[in-house]
Design a protein around this ligand. Structure first.
Ligand SMILES: [Fe+2]
Ligand SMILES: [Fe+2]
Length: 197
């Protein structure tokens, strides 16, 4: 998948809503690769450095993947698709929503595991199980959105719908996410990539 031409910034001029979301997917996939590399080299007894890494993973996944990205999908794109006749009970939107929910449970598991490092002997196993579950879930989820759901949205939404959504994305970014959060998340991602190997 090459989405580099779409740029990596929210509200970038000319990017359609699904292009914005696909650019965010690329950043999320980078974080997932860093997470996987760290899991692969984690020993049976996770260290305080592991703990710091997984706490950053949790902050990134909650702040960027879930709040910023899944927030735009759930509150804006999927709602617009529903308004244009896509079913929300059953069908692809319902599957996407339930996968977001499943992802939240995995993130909680990673956070609990990280909190137990140094005291709970099962911490490493808990992190590994939940993080690998999340990797598998989210990579498949992103592939389905990129290859199936977003093309369906782009075929269905009118040019006016696309403009409305793009503006709503910009408002979401400033109101829900808050100024400076995007930059903080990009900084976190760099730290995760640096701490992966
Ligand atoms: Fe999603
Ligand atoms: Fe997504």
């Amino acid at each position: 998948m090459s989405n580099h031409e779409h740029g990596h910034h929210h509200g970038e001029h000319g990017a359609t809503p699904t292009q914005v979301l696909m650019a965010e997917h690329e950043l999320i996939l980078q974080a997932l690769d860093a997470l996987e590399a760290r899991l692969d080299r984690m020993g049976d007894e996770p260290t305080s450095a592991d703990r710091a890494f997984f706490e950053k993973v949790v902050e990134f996944l909650r702040g960027f993947a879930d709040k910023c990205h899944h927030g735009k999908e759930e509150d804006l794109l999927f709602k617009k698709m529903a308004a244009r006749g896509f079913p929300t009970q059953g069908g692809p939107i319902a599957v996407m929503l339930s996968e977001h929910q499943a992802g939240r449970a995995f993130i909680r598991g990673i956070a609990e595991g990280a909190a137990g490092i140094g005291s709970d002997p099962r911490a490493g196993e808990m992190i590994d199980r939940n993080a690998r579950g999340y990797l598998d879930l989210l990579r498949n989820h992103i592939a389905k959105e990129n290859q199936v759901l977003f093309p369906m949205a782009d075929r269905t939404l009118s040019a006016e719908d696309q403009r409305d959504l793009a503006q709503a994305f910009d408002r979401f970014e400033t109101q829900e996410t808050g100024a400076g959060v995007h930059e903080r998340m990009i900084g976190l991602l760099q730290e995760l990539r640096a701490g992966a190997s």
